[in-house]
Design a protein around this ligand. Structure first.
Ligand code: NAD
Ligand code: DAU
Length: 352
């Protein structure tokens, strides 16, 4: 089997579901701490599937991780586990240092020890796939070329600094110990099961609940949007065929200003679920105080992964965002499960 960490979160959960949709796929050992962002409801359809083994635990727990590796003998590890929200990292960076840096360090060390004990063929086949972000490269101006894998690291938030640190550890474990790693740095994901603290699901749910649609600053910040299913297919490709020690940028070729993303969501909602007063949801748009240190533009050049591994995203932003809005309309039970007390506390802290 393979060990997936953070597989009850947004991308990890989608990855587990996609992976096990293939009847011939290896089983998954899913290690997740179930922080506020972890949600077992996402994995409900797997509850009777013996190929999915869920373990509630922390990647920073050395004894647990070592025991799991010994017991389950995975052929690969895909590390999604992280604190992932930039705004939360501004309010409280400690969890980001603990999980994203120290947790990744612990996982690397346990995995290296396990890998050292494998026979030659198993050692050769083993992979440690680290899932990272484009935010490690910092911010672009409107005219800068998109990030390539050779851009220098210039992280600007506690979140991106912690991810950058983890990427450096992964790189060093390859160069120093010959430990077989690959890293992917991807752009902003969106799609089903996305926790509604992030822009796209927040706007969909706020719109439907007659709340303000908060736009930070002037709304002209640009992100490169990647449909989560495309991210999952890229990870499968890199895990199977990526070159050891390499990093691959994964992006959607979909640069959009935040205000345009929000207006597009409003237009789709106007069509699929019109407001009772027949006015547009865009009337709920509200400009609010900017995020401190807000990066202006991210853009991914995903040329390397296409040239070397033949991967390209299947979704355009238009197709992906429509599917996403429809998914939130069709899944009120999942939504109800996540908008609990602690989520309301977060909204109060961030937007009041
Ligand atoms: P998420 O916040 O939705 O999920 C993170 C998951 O990790 C949760 O299930 C949480 O319970 C779990 N977790 C947190 N700390 C843990 C720990 N110490 N031990 C075990 N599990 C722990 O995040 P996501 O959006 O799914 O992101 C997954 C990965 O992809 C992260 O590494 C993130 O940095 C990276 N990434 C995300 C995006 C994006 O747009 N969401 C883009 C680029 C990269
Ligand atoms: O670029 C990849 C990164 O994308 C990942 O590494 C992170 O884990 C992920 O959270 C995401 O980070 P962002 O900060 O770009 O995503 P978020 O959805 O929080 O914000 C997207 C943009 O929208 C950003 O410019 C901030 C803005 N925004 C966000 C929120 C929550 C608003 O204008 N209003 C909001 O209420």
């Amino acid at each position: 089997m393979i060990l997936v960490t953070g597989g009850a979160g947004f991308i990890g959960g989608n990855f587990v579901l996609d992976w096990l949709a293939n009847p011939n796929a290896d089983g998954i050992l899913n290690l997740d701490k179930l922080t506020y962002a972890g949600n077992l409801t996402t994995l409900e359809s797997l509850k009777d599937d013996p190929r999915h083994v869920f373990v509630h635990g922390d990647i920073g727990d050395k004894a647990l991780v070592a025991q799991l590796l010994k017991d389950y003998q995975p052929r690969a590890i895909v590390n999604f586990a992280a604190e992932s929200h930039v705004d939360r990292s501004i309010h409280g960076p400690a969890d980001f240092v603990n999980t994203n840096i120290v947790g990744t360090f612990n996982l690397l060390e346990c995995a290296r020890e396990y890998w050292n004990g494998l026979d030659d063929a198993e050692k050769k086949a083993f992979r440690f796939h680290h899932v990272s972000t484009d935010e490690v490269y910092g911010s672009l101006s409107a005219t800068d070329p998109a990030f390539t894998e050779t851009n220098s690291y210039e992280p600007n938030s506690p979140y991106s600094a912690s991810k950058a640190a983890s990427d450096h550890l992964v790189r060093a474990w390859f160069h120093t110990y010959g430990f077989p790693v690959v890293t992917t740095n991807c752009s902003n994901n969106y799609g089903p099961y996305h926790f509604p603290e992030k822009l796209i699901p927040l706007v969909i749910l706020n719109a439907l609940n007659s709340k303000a649609l908060p736009i930070y600053g002037d709304g002209q910040q640009i992100r490169d949007w990647l449909y989560v299913g495309d991210h999952c297919s890229a990870i499968r490709e890199v895990l199977a065929h990526g070159k050891l020690g390499e990093t691959y940028n994964i992006g959607g070729w979909n640069e959009k200003a935040n205000i345009d993303v929000v207006k597009t969501i409003c237009t789709i909602l106007d069509e699929l679920q019109p407001r009772p007063d027949n006015k547009s949801y865009s009337e709920q748009i509200t400009f609010v105080k900017d995020r401190p240190g807000h990066d202006r533009r991210y853009a991914i050049d995903a040329g390397k992964v296409e040239r070397e591994l033949g991967w390209r995203p299947a979704e355009t932003f238009d197709t992906g965002i429509r599917k996403t809005v429809q998914w939130y309309l069709d899944n009120p039970v999942w939504v109800e499960g996540v908008v609990s007390g602690s989520y309301r506390d977060w909204l109060q802290k961030q937007y009041s």
